[in-house]
Design a protein around this ligand. Structure first.
Ligand code: AHM
Ligand code: MG
Length: 333
């Protein structure tokens, strides 16, 4: 008889045994992410039938139009972490200020951060979407707990809503991949200790915005499109408008995802679109633990401590070879 598939909850409990003295609270939080992933997947699958597509009529703190599903996924996540007083603070791309769980200040040992619906422009056309999460220790229970380096994340990961629903996470000991089996409503372990290829064949960037890129970024992308002398090797463009989907592809196949700074923003290194805390730090944590790299071009993403909650940064993330090459182009200017 083949061994029974390992469910997410069972896997997390098994992993916990390798952390002697663990209270099991982080395990419970990670299990809650499985619950949130299933609830969001269900809301997405039914959105066209329940009138949940389209705009909510509001804007988030960055002045971006919110979709109904951005708001709904945010509510689902907030509800999911209202569980046993484990979490003190929740911060999200969709909320101006962190949410403080009532009664948790003296006990909740964790803070959670999330981008509830990554790739929102894909919502109304049934494209791939994601939810990104990051877990940190609570310190004094204020926003200062969150304005810290990405290396202080305790765990991070994402749920990818595509033809299958996939959950990927790391708590610093390997990157693990689970696939939702809709027949039994459980995430099952499908890849353990995922390692990303050292080098890839694909790149993902919105080239429609290349007029705003620094010259070094333009030169780098030109290089990827130029056949390599001798081998004739060129890269293929793979851009889905959801960084979770693109980064997931490159985690499996190798390659590089870029969202360059546009030079207009006052944020670090010209800003760009992506938020340090909800998008860049968690995906960098996953990718680095799988052997890849994440860079702003001038610094390692995980070394950056943002000064404000919704700060943005340029991002180059993926296989070691391509991110190293990107850094070389930026250094040359
Ligand atoms: P979002 O979280 O508001 O959806 O923004 C992040 C997303 C990334 O997932 C994606 O790669 C990028 O924004 C797409 O932006 P653009 O339309 O500028 O290419
Ligand atoms: Mg996003």
């Amino acid at each position: 008889m083949s061994p029974a598939p390992l469910t997410l909850d069972r896997f997390i409990l098994e992993e916990q045994k390798s952390f002697p003295g663990s209270t099991g609270e982080l395990s419970l939080l990670l299990m809650r992410l499985g619950v949130a992933g299933k609830r969001i997947a269900n809301a997405l699958a039914r959105a066209g039938l329940t009138g949940a597509l389209g705009v909510a009529g509001s804007e988030n703190v960055q002045g971006e139009e919110q979709k109904k599903l951005d708001v709904l996924a945010n509510e689902i996540l907030l509800e999911t972490f209202d569980y046993g007083g484990l979490v003190t603070l929740a911060a999200s791309e969709e909320m101006e200020e962190p949410f403080v769980y009532r009664g948790s200040l003296d006990q909740g040992r964790y803070a959670v951060l999330f981008d509830p619906m990554d790739g929102s422009s894909n919502i109304d056309c049934n494209g791939t979407l994601g939810t990104i999460f990051s877990i940190r220790h609570r310190r004094d229970g204020t926003v200062r707990d969150l304005l810290r380096s990405g290396r202080e994340q305790v765990a991070a990961g994402y749920v990818l809503f595509g033809p299958a629903v996939i959950l990927v996470y790391t708590s610093g000991e390997g990157v693990h991949l689970f696939t939702l089996d809709p027949a039994i409503g459980e995430f099952l372990l499908t890849r353990r200790d995922l390692r990303m290829p050292e080098r890839g064949k694909g790149y993902a960037v919105n080239e429609g915005r290349s007029h705003r890129w620094p010259p070094a970024v333009r030169a780098f992308v030109e290089r990827l499109k130029t056949p390599e002398p001798g081998s004739g090797r060129v890269y293929s463009t793979r851009y889905s408008a959801s960084m979770v989907a693109d980064v997931h592809r490159f985690l499996l196949e190798g390659g590089i995802y870029l969202y360059p700074g546009d030079g207009k923003s006052a944020d670090r290194d010209g800003g760009g679109k992506l938020r340090v805390l909800y998008e860049c730090h968690p995906l960098a944590f996953v990718v680095e633990h799988a052997g890849g790299r994440a860079s702003t071009g001038t610094a390692k993403v995980l070394d950056v401590s943002p000064e404000t909650l919704h700060e943005r940064m340029p991002l180059a993330i993926g296989s070691r070879a391509e991110v190293d090459l990107f850094d070389q182009f930026v250094a040359r200017g």
